[in-house]
Ligand binder design. Structure first.
Ligand SMILES: NC(=O)c1ccc[n+]([C@@H]2O[C@H](COP(=O)([O-])OP(=O)(O)OC[C@H]3O[C@@H](n4cnc5c(N)ncnc54)[C@H](OP(=O)(O)O)[C@@H]3O)[C@@H](O)[C@H]2O)c1
Length: 368
């Protein structure tokens, strides 16, 4: 669906007038930490449970449409994650409020705060929990979040860099940590990364290689071989390169570890080709949600299936992971991971590209 330019208020009423043509009026917002001038209405990209066609629409929100929270953020950057694309599908079970400004990631500057620990002017990032799913997220020029979710940006990261990393890079970092906590060390042998050209996958390639692991990237876009090698992959294989000895219950012992954001048949193939004692960190479902396997990888090769959830990660762990990500990012050419930079009115086609796996790396969103 082509984006419209109608304004929409949170109660579902659609006032006349187009975003961008109305004169911007400001109003004072007073909090315990001071008073700020904030626009009466601001642009947002909204999806609704009443939508019958895929895609959202350009609209406007008022501050009163934003959910409760101590911290008001002027959003400078957001990004398109697979989950953001899923909430634009009619009948999806991901969005839990309607209308919803998606965007599970956001970074920007605090303009007003009712929490003394997050002062106005602080550069922050926020992701996960209900953001972009059960409360308006980063696909709006302003967002209100609970103080506990507003992490100060690590000193080495700009808001743009943080959103290049975003939930995708955070998921890759948690996946790498899960494998290393399970015993994986550099020098143990090849570590497989599936969905390698996507957000989670490309960051997993770069992070693991930066930590000294030998990385084999599996991708449906083998023409991106040079890019994946530049990120640190020592070998690049096609998606069908995982399907060895399919007639046997167990395949050859190939992988010292694996990061999988694809799920489905891909995850089953990984389980039957892990080395003795190895683990796969599973985070995603782009290839399917059903997992058909046997018990043999577990009971004869001692392998482990490690789950990865980023949504509910506590704030202390979030801070620690982001501090390490900021250090890891110094070894990564972040700009090479930007597939596109879009404004809210360009989100429709960007979302379709993500769902069709046509994107290499990350799509940045500039909502302002
Ligand atoms: N558990 C969590 O907390 C968490 C957090 C973040 C993301 N996720 C999940 O992780 C997955 C990846 O997220 P993302 O943001 O990185 O998405 P993305 O940027 O769209 O990347 C997904 C990649 O998966 C591969 N792929 C797509 N369709 C496929 C298919 N039918 N069969 C096999 N491979 C396919 C493609 O890579 P190639 O073309 O290179 O093969 C694609 O680029 C999603 O399922 C997302 O929901 C989970």
């Amino acid at each position: 669906m082509a984006p419209s330019t109608s304004g929409e208020s949170g109660d579902g009423q659609w006032p006349k007038g187009a975003v961008g043509t109305e004169a911007v009026r400001y109003r004072p917002v007073t909090t315990t930490t001071g008073t700020a001038e904030v626009p009466d209405r601001f642009p947002a990209y909204l999806v609704s449970r009443d939508d019958t066609a895929p895609g959202g629409r350009l609209a406007s929100l008022a501050l009163d449409d934003l959910p409760a929270g101590e911290v008001l953020v002027k959003v400078e950057w957001s990004s398109v994650n697979y989950k953001d694309a899923l909430v634009t599908r009619p009948g999806n079970r991901v969005a839990r409020v309607s209308p919803l400004a998606p965007g599970v990631d956001l970074a920007g500057v605090v303009v007003a705060s009712d929490d003394a620990s997050v002062a106005p002017g602080t550069a922050v990032l926020a992701h996960g929990h209900d953001i972009g799913v059960a409360r308006h997220g980063g696909f709006a020029a302003y967002a209100r979040v609970p103080a506990g979710l507003a992490l100060p940006l690590p000193a080495r990261l700009s808001a743009r860099a943080a959103m290049i990393i975003g939930t995708a890079g955070f998921t890759a970092a948690l996946s790498a940590d899960r494998l290393e906590d399970h015993g994986l060390s550099p020098g143990d042998g090849p570590v497989l990364v599936t969905g390698a050209s996507g957000g989670v996958g490309s960051f997993a390639v770069a992070l693991l290689a930066g930590r000294g692991h030998e990385v084999v990237a599996s991708t449906g876009k083998t023409d991106e071989r040079a890019w994946l090698e530049a990120l640190g992959a020592s070998a690049v294989i096609g998606r069908d390169g995982l399907d060895l000895d399919p007639q046997r219950v167990l395949g050859p012992e190939r992988w010292a570890g694996a990061v999988d954001c694809v799920g489905g048949v891909t995850l089953a193939r990984i389980l039957r080709t892990l080395r003795y004692g190895a683990a796969v960190a599973a985070s995603g479902l782009t290839g399917g949600t059903a997992l058909e396997t046997t018990v043999f990888p577990f009971i004869t090769r001692d392998v482990a299936l490690l789950g990865v959830d980023t949504v509910s990660t506590g704030s202390e762990r979030r801070r620690a992971v982001w501090e390490r990500l900021a250090r890891d990012a110094e070894r990564i050419d972040l700009e090479s991971m930007v597939a596109a930079e879009v404004s809210l009115d360009q989100l429709g086609p960007a979302v379709e590209d993500v769902l069709a796996a046509r994107v290499r790396g990350r799509v940045l969103v500039r909502p302002g």
